[in-house]
Design a protein around this ligand. Structure first.
Ligand code: ACO
Length: 332
């Protein structure tokens, strides 16, 4: 099976920094509570622009880093679970902004697993030869979805975007994606329709019976304990799966870039897998959980730090609403 060459990376984080102390100003919380339970010290919030703006900035930087003509991009895959529009796809807005006039444009939503999903889709398109150059973007503005009176959730997330330009390579690539839809209520954010269709009934059972309170109607909802338990199991299972596919020992992996939902989840799952903590990259301390943008932002940071070397085996692993999960081991 052919693999993926990463030609260039880019990322964007907003300027506004909300450290833990800023949350103590309007909530009954503290740095002493947040840091040991989550690892998060601060996160960035996009205060004055929509989500797609961040995706466009990250995409432009990735195209520049790849040193390609935007007209050579065949496909844009954009991951987001916090879109500005139901339609068009956010990928279309990026297409216009980067001048990728020959590209098809598709949005992907598997929540925080989105970048891994998009990489997996890209690899399949590249392997068939149908597309040669793909721009993958993950952009997330979870600050639009949060209830800032809910101290257990709003402290976890931030806003950011990451991107990568990829082409086919002959290097190894192993992936797996999974979903557990029967656990969807562990993490969801409902769409708020304000429909005036005269033919709708008064009682839309799906909407009215499950989502009973105002907060549950409007904001991100999560059962933190259920997500935590799922995440640790799913991440260990996914990494074991892709390692087995490639015939790798866990010790063969040079670098692990996990989804950044909680430092304790990362530590627990990598410890269960026997991965050397030195090989695990984290940025949750500075950015919080930026959903599907976590992994590409981390990838761009690693690239800019000169830590990506030819021949390295990188593992991406994550989980998200759905509940979904996935992992990739690829040689770069
Ligand atoms: N500050 C102070 N106290 C708080 C805060 C806060 N920010 N948040 C919750 N508490 C309180 C609760 O009210 C509760 O008080 P009580 O005992 O008086 O009722 C107490 O702390 C314990 O609450 P728990 O929810 O049991 O706290 P826990 O230790 O489980 O940590 C957390 C919560 C961090 C959310 C954890 O469950 C977790 O990390 N879960 C997984 C991450 C997650 O759910 N992320 C959402 C999306 S994940 C994704 O990216 C796909």
């Amino acid at each position: 099976m052919s693999g993926i060459e990463i030609l260039g990376t880019g990322s964007f984080v907003p300027d506004f920094i909300a450290d833990n102390n800023k949350f103590s100003e309007f909530l009954d919380t503290s740095d002493e509570w947040i840091t040991p339970r989550t690892g998060i010290k601060e996160r960035r919030i996009m205060t004055d622009k929509p989500n797609y703006y961040m995706g466009v900035q990250a995409a432009k930087k990735a195209v520049e880093d790849a040193n390609i003509d935007p007209k050579d991009i065949d496909l844009i895959l954009l991951s987001t679970c916090s879109p500005d529009f139901f339609y068009p796809s956010m990928a279309c807005l990026v297409q216009k902004a980067v001048g990728a006039e020959n590209a098809a444009a598709i949005d992907v939503n598997s929540a925080c697993t989105g970048f891994i999903t998009a990489m997996d889709i890209a690899q399949k398109y590249l392997a068939t030869g149908h597309y040669k150059t793909i721009l993958i973007v993950a952009t997330e503005k979870l600050s639009n979805h949060l209830d800032y009176t809910d101290r257990s959730m709003c402290i976890l997330f931030g806003d950011a975007a990451g991107a990568a330009v990829v082409r086919k390579s002959d290097k190894p690539f192993y992936s797996m994606l999974g979903a557990s839809g029967d656990e969807f209520e562990a993490l969801y954010c409902k769409v708020n329709y304000d429909a005036n269709c005269p033919f709708h009934g008064d009682d839309m059972p799906f909407y009215n019976n499950i989502f009973d309170t105002e907060a549950k109607q409007k904001y991100l909802q999560s059962d933190g304990h259920a997500v935590y338990k799922f995440a640790v199991n799913a991440m260990t299972k996914a990494v074991k799966n892709v390692a087995a596919q490639g015939g790798y020992d866990i010790g063969d992996i040079d670098l692990v870039v996990p989804h950044q939902a909680n430092l304790r989840i990362i530590k627990k799952s990598t410890e269960m897998l026997g991965i050397d903590p030195e090989k695990v990259y984290t940025n949750i301390q500075r950015l919080g959980n930026v959903s599907s943008a976590c992994i590409p932002v981390a990838l761009d940071e690693l690239n800019k730090q000169g830590r990506l070397h030819s021949g390295m085996k990188i593992c991406f692993v994550g989980f998200g609403a759905g509940l979904t999960y996935g992992a990739i081991i690829m040689e770069i």
